[in-house]
Design a protein around this ligand. Sequence first.
Ligand SMILES: [Zn+2]
Length: 293
Amino acid sequence: MFKLIRRQIDFKTSEKVYKGLIASIIDYCCMFYINATQKNIKRITRLIYHCALIVVRGSRFISEIKLLQELGWNSFQERTNYLSITMFAKIKLNCTPRIIYNKFFVNLPKNVGRNAGKLKVIFSKKNKFYNSYYFKMIRMWNNLKLQIRQCDNYPDYLDQMYKQYEVHQYKKIKLFHYDTKIDKIYLQLRFHCSKLNADQYKLNFVDNSKCNRCNKNRQETIHHFFLDCAAYDTQRNILINNIQSLDDKLKKINKRQIIQLIEGSKHFQVGYQTYKNIYQYVKLYIVTSGRFV
Ligand SMILES: [Zn+2]
């Protein structure tokens, strides 16, 4: 049904529909997934992957890790661990009814000596109990950083958790929209599943990965398309001039950094507004080059 609705609504709304109707149900049962079978975990991971594909209208060749990074979603395992340990912290910091705290912590034997700050690890001979929520959470809690374990109240815990680990709900600001045809082409370029010959060759669609627009006899990669190919020299000059005029930091930009910007790499980053402008210029380059018509 989500797939059918996606055609009628834009990118932002479809993401909200996913978070409201699908992700919320998955999050609600997070504690039960701790001891779930691999088969069930695989099923839910696939469900999240397909939802992400529907949101961006991507093809099935896109790598799952890259797709989730692009959208700023946490992976299923990260999110389950985060929500489970947060629930455990709530119980420990008395944010839940007292009876649950008593069940969990009153009868728990205490550590002495150098491990006094940690919870006592309970050993179990059977895997079923060893991997269950209570047993696993004690081990995870002991692996957390000292500042988090020493928190007295829940807001402090959340603050510390956010500082120490970046796993926190749905992170990142959304830069890109995936509604028009050019957005889709740009997405494919970023995910290396575009109509460029090098990408098509990797996916076994064509026999030759060489560029047939110029005489350089090079592979038609994203790097060649944006920075090297002789067929798009005029468009490239406009693109580089536009990028250089945006910011002082970008005046001495080199070719490697331009590709890092286009691919959204973490090594070279600029402000949100500048990124937005660069995105417009890159789209202009794709349209004027006429490669994907
Ligand atoms: Zn070329």
